[in-house]
Design a protein around this ligand. Structure first.
Ligand code: SF4
Length: 372
């Protein structure tokens, strides 16, 4: 059996960003120790129920994992190591907010074997960061990168956002320049999504802010893509770019629909064709509410493989698809994908099926046709 991926959700933030609808809470620091106790209990019990399997990636997301006191982070890392057979070369990633990362926390990461840090930079301009409710500026990002490197962690990813209210092409170009000057090994470039119920959505609705729109989003995306390819980055997924060999293994495994176990409030798992969703509220999780489980039908499993696999620039390995699902991809979807193949959105070559650059821009249209 292939080693698993492990995901740990840390639902605490210093303050809530204007665009964020993730499961995260500000002002709940007093619950951290209780949360970590419950989390470690969940890790221990689930690992035993699954037979203490091997794992080769660990990803701490949130929320803001770097808000945890170092000793609580170390407690979680120890529990993971005691519960799973973690491979020696396992990838350990921790998402950090540049506004909360301290040298003591970075040193704790290094002691625990963390070898990859993902920093939420988002933009270089203070006015855009303030508008998003971010708690750092560009200087804070530079300092955070130095802190991570000083702790001995060389593999650093930066998250950037595009399509922000008031963001111009010149802002995007400047953000890329600043990001690249920090020599990251990986960049994620995500378009802003205005999520219902957030302060940002309310401001857009009141007409106080305007988002640039799809055409501008695409221009900024093209700007990012061109600049990063020119600097030797490889695009391996719609929004993700890495120097050779520095792809996020954890995320690639998710896009390949490999099994993973998620721990903590709002965490999801995929294990032997069962999806499990932990309680999405912090209070519910602390009160011990049971997760919801759903077994995935063979048809849904195949569609998930298609939907996730097409996000990768390498696309889907047809032999692997047939091995996992017992049916050939082209037998199931060939007829419905013929249109995308003929008009240049999709390519089928050397045993793989993948989207072209234009196809990535309109991926949803390909999926809608595949579902029809
Ligand atoms: S730091 Fe991240 S998780 Fe926390 S509120 Fe901001 S966007 Fe959301």
């Amino acid at each position: 059996m292939k080693p698993l991926g492990l995901y740990v959700h840390i639902p605490f933030c210093a303050s809530k960003c204007a665009y964020c609808d993730f499961a995260s809470w500000a002002g709940r620091e007093q619950d951290m120790a209780r949360y970590v106790h419950a989390l470690c209990g969940e890790i221990t019990a689930r690992a035993a129920a699954c037979g203490h399997p091997a794992a080769d990636t660990v990803f701490f997301g949130g929320g803001t994992p770097s808000l945890l006191p170092p000793e609580l982070f170390e407690k979680i890392a120890r529990t993971l190591r005691a519960s799973f057979a973690l491979t020696e070369d396992a990838e350990w990633t921790v998402e950090c907010n540049p506004g909360t990362l301290t040298p003591a926390f970075a040193d704790a990461l290094a002691r625990c074997g963390v070898n990859r840090v993902s920093l939420g930079m988002q933009a270089a301009q203070s006015r855009l960061l303030r508008q998003l409710g971010r708690i750092h500026d560009m200087h804070g990002v530079t300092e955070a990168v130095e802190t991570v490197r000083a702790a001995g962690i060389a593999n650093i990813s930066l998250d950037l956002m595009l399509g922000l209210p008031g963001q111009t092409r010149a802002d995007m170009a400047e953000t890329l320049d600043h990001a690249l000057a920090l020599s990251p090994s990986h960049l994620s470039c995500y378009a802003l999504i205005v999520e219902e119920g957030t302060p940002l959505a309310a401001a857009v609705e009141r007409g106080e802010m305007r988002v640039p729109g799809d055409e501008m989003d695409r221009e900024m995306y093209a700007l990012c893509r061109t600049a990063l390819l020119r600097r030797g980055f490889v695009q391996y997924e719609i929004s993700n770019f890495a120097l050779p060999g520095r792809q996020c293994r954890h995320h690639v495994n998710c896009w390949r629909r490999e099994d993973y176990l998620g721990f903590g409030c709002a965490a999801h798992s995929l294990w032997e064709n069962e999806r499990r969703a932990n309680c999405a509220s912090l209070d519910g999780y602390l009160a011990g509410m049971e997760p919801e489980t759903e077994s995935i039908s063979p048809q849904d499993a195949m569609f998930e493989s298609l939907m996730l696999g097409l996000r990768l620039t390498q696309g889907i390995d047809e032999a692997d698809f047939a091995r996992r699902h017992g049916q050939a991809l082209w037998t199931v979807y060939g007829q419905r994908l013929q249109g995308a193949l003929s008009d240049g959105r999709l390519i089928r070559r050397d045993g793989r099926v993948f989207l072209t650059e234009r196809g990535m821009d309109v991926m949803n249209s390909v999926l809608v046709e595949a579902m029809a």
